[in-house]
Design a protein around this ligand. Structure first.
Ligand code: PEP
Length: 250
């Protein structure tokens, strides 16, 4: 079974001075008992990769579906790998909303990440209107089917369930609500990719995870870690979440 994963998404935050947070984390978690990943803005990727960062892995926040070409401002998965990334986030709800990315786009980017040797962290999640209309499991199931390409394995793919209404809002679903969605994602993964790959694929929860709520969230079945936005920017906060994940492993 792959180890649990604490993944930080810095989004459009961070200047060179922020790299000190990673050095602090690397000192505190020299040999973590879970995987730790930070996805900085592209401007910091190679500098972060070059730091003495111990076991902390570095990832991109998005990639283009093509390996190269006339796509001003975009980055290919090969470029991320060349800069030192081992992972790439695909289908974050902010990309789906801000850039109109469809499930097909997300699947193409995920495959591009795989071709470059990256593990893709594929994001899914319902809006508040969809949740209130009782559509959560249907929406997440459709996103999963459309965004995760055939051939997904535990090594190549991580799923992140991130309710859109919980991202950056301080709102968090109940533990039962998280458990219901994770269990439904697990069933779909096992049905499609089999007991070994679908059963082992990590499913992260994301949306206003903080040190104060991490322990209870990590106690929910089929929660294999977290994708963390705001609380990943400071070593103290992200460190508290990593510690909670380590404690959940025992
Ligand atoms: C995210 O953007 O992936 C996220 C989960 O953000 P936050 O932790 O700030 O809600």
């Amino acid at each position: 079974m792959p180890r649990k994963l604490a993944a930080g998404n810095w989004k459009m935050n961070g200047l060179a001075a922020s790299l000190a947070e990673v050095e602090t984390l690397a000192e505190r978690f020299a040999t973590p008992s879970c995987d730790v990943l930070i996805c900085p803005p592209a401007t910091l990727l190679s500098r972060m990769a070059d730091l003495p960062r111990g076991a902390i892995e570095v990832g991109g926040q998005d990639c283009h579906a093509n390996p190269s070409g006339a796509h001003t401002g975009d980055l290919s998965a090969d470029m991320l790998a060349d800069a030192g990334a081992t992972h790439v986030i695909t289908g974050h709800s902010e990309r789906r909303a801000d850039h109109g990315e469809t499930d097909a786009d997300v699947a193409a980017k995920t495959e591009a990440g795989w071709r470059a040797g990256l593990t893709a962290v594929v994001c899914l999640g319902e809006t508040l209107a969809e949740r209130e209309a009782g559509q959560t499991l249907g929406v997440v199931g459709r996103q999963l089917a459309g965004s995760v390409p055939d051939g997904a394995t535990t090594a190549k793919c991580v799923i992140a369930y991130e309710p859109v209404w919980a991202i950056g809002t301080g709102l968090v679903p109940t533990l039962d609500q998280i458990g219901e969605v994770h269990s439904s994602i697990r069933s779909a993964l096992v049905a499609r990719f089999g007991e070994t790959e679908g059963g082992g694929m990590r499913i992260l929860y994301g949306g206003s995870v903080k040190p104060s709520n991490a322990t209870e969230i990590f106690g929910v079945a089929d929660v294999d870690g977290a994708l963390v936005g705001g609380a990943s920017l400071k070593a103290d906060d992200f460190g508290g979440i990593i510690s909670a994940l380590e404690a959940s492993v025992g």
